[in-house]
Design a protein around this ligand. Structure first.
Ligand code: SF4
Length: 370
């Protein structure tokens, strides 16, 4: 006899399942394949928050799913808007530890003020263990990785805001928020697949960029996965000594190992890559630094993004002065490097590169930093 007082069955969060696992799960319930596509589309394209919204499923099926499964969704804890149109979101995770992550919507406008590119910068982890000395997230330490559903919720919710505010969908996604994306490889690659799925966000993989501090094994693995997305390397220093100083990962995965991984990436994908280089005043902005960077840019077809640093409290490294920036850029360009300067966006709301961090009442998590 069934014991009515038995503990309730733990419900399956459908967004914790990969597309293949969702399909298998629904098949086990006796549902035909096309049903799994419908549920997938409700979750990732239409952003359904519960089963009631899934109106092309029968009432009985919806009632059954409600009993055994759930649809978790992040909530917006708060939102700040910069004078340049950048919006920073603080998301509350559905998590007993009350964790939160940040993500940013960065609009570019045509001269007439109409939105052109709408880029979303998503987080892949709560905090980060790689401890780069210039990065506010790195100072938090690492707490946990996000599921692909939690990454996709950031995209989904910001996409809704973009349509309300700017009248169009997001156009680009960069994994450059909190966390090291390739340290959360499975969830990040699954989320990228769903973003480019015609039944998901339906954004071309060419508009998705994953940025890594240089996890060489995972760079190769990403190349092997053939997802078609772009790769950016957070370089920030062009010799091992300086890179060791600001990025602890370089002590175990140095530039020689990075070079090998970059060459593998290009050999497998034939996709040029981007080097992100935060230019710090009188640290990595000399003629010698530029020459080292020119050599790195020749490892494989690439371009260099020089990023203007948003100063972070407690960090001695400072944003480069304009005359030093101009000299550095001139050396790169005169030597055939494709280089652009990325001006900081949203710095009045601490939404810039390296500034994302949860400050209120946060303890310190695990970190490579000594
Ligand atoms: S720069 Fe990236 S890898 Fe380094 S600490 Fe910050 S989030 Fe982590």
């Amino acid at each position: 006899m069934i014991n009515e007082a038995a503990t309730p069955v733990e419900k399956t969060d459908l967004k914790s399942l990969t597309k293949a696992d969702l399909s298998a799960y629904l098949e086990e319930l006796g549902l035909a394949g096309y049903r799994s596509d419908q549920v997938f589309q409700w979750l990732y394209q239409k952003g359904a928050e519960n089963f009631n919204e899934m109106t092309n499923l029968s009432k009985d099926l919806r009632a059954h799913l409600r009993e055994i499964a759930e649809v978790k969704r992040l909530t917006v804890h708060s939102r700040q808007e910069s004078k340049d149109g950048t919006i920073k979101f603080l998301f509350q995770l559905d998590d007993p530890n009350d964790y939160k992550v940040e993500a940013v919507l960065i609009p570019d406008f045509y001269d007439d003020g109409v939105a052109n590119r709408l880029t979303v910068c998503v987080s892949s982890q709560v905090g980060c263990m790689f401890g780069c000395s210039f990065c506010a997230t790195g100072k938090m330490g690492y707490f946990r990785s996000l599921t692909h559903g939690e990454i996709l919720d950031q995209v989904q919710i910001i996409n809704e805001v973009a349509q309300e505010k700017y009248g169009k969908k997001i156009t680009n996604i960069v994994y450059m928020g909190m966390g090291e994306p390739l340290h959360n490889f499975k969830a990040v690659t699954e989320s990228a697949r769903i973003i480019s799925d015609p039944l998901g966000t339906d954004l071309s993989p060419r508009r998705i960029t994953i940025s890594t501090v240089g996890l060489t094994k995972q760079i190769k693995q990403l190349a092997d996965e053939e997802i078609g997305i772009n790769l950016a390397i957070s370089l920030h220093a062009a010799d091992d000594k300086k890179r060791d100083e600001i990025m602890p990962i370089n002590e175990s995965l140095n530039l020689e190992k990075l070079e090998e991984a970059v060459k593998y990436w290009f050999m497998k994908t034939e996709k040029p890559l981007t080097y992100e280089y935060l230019l710090f005043d009188e640290f990595n902005d000399s003629r010698q630094d530029a020459e080292n960077l020119i050599k790195i840019a020749q490892w494989a077809p690439s371009k260099v993004n020089i990023i203007m640093y948003n100063n972070v409290a407690g960090v001695a490294l400072q944003r480069v002065r304009e005359e030093r920036l101009n000299r550095f850029m001139k050396t790169l360009i005169n030597n055939g490097v494709t280089a652009t300067v990325r001006r900081s966006r949203g710095d009045d709301i601490d939404a810039g590169c390296g500034q994302l961090a949860i400050r209120e009442g946060q303890e310190r998590g695990k970190s490579l930093a000594k």
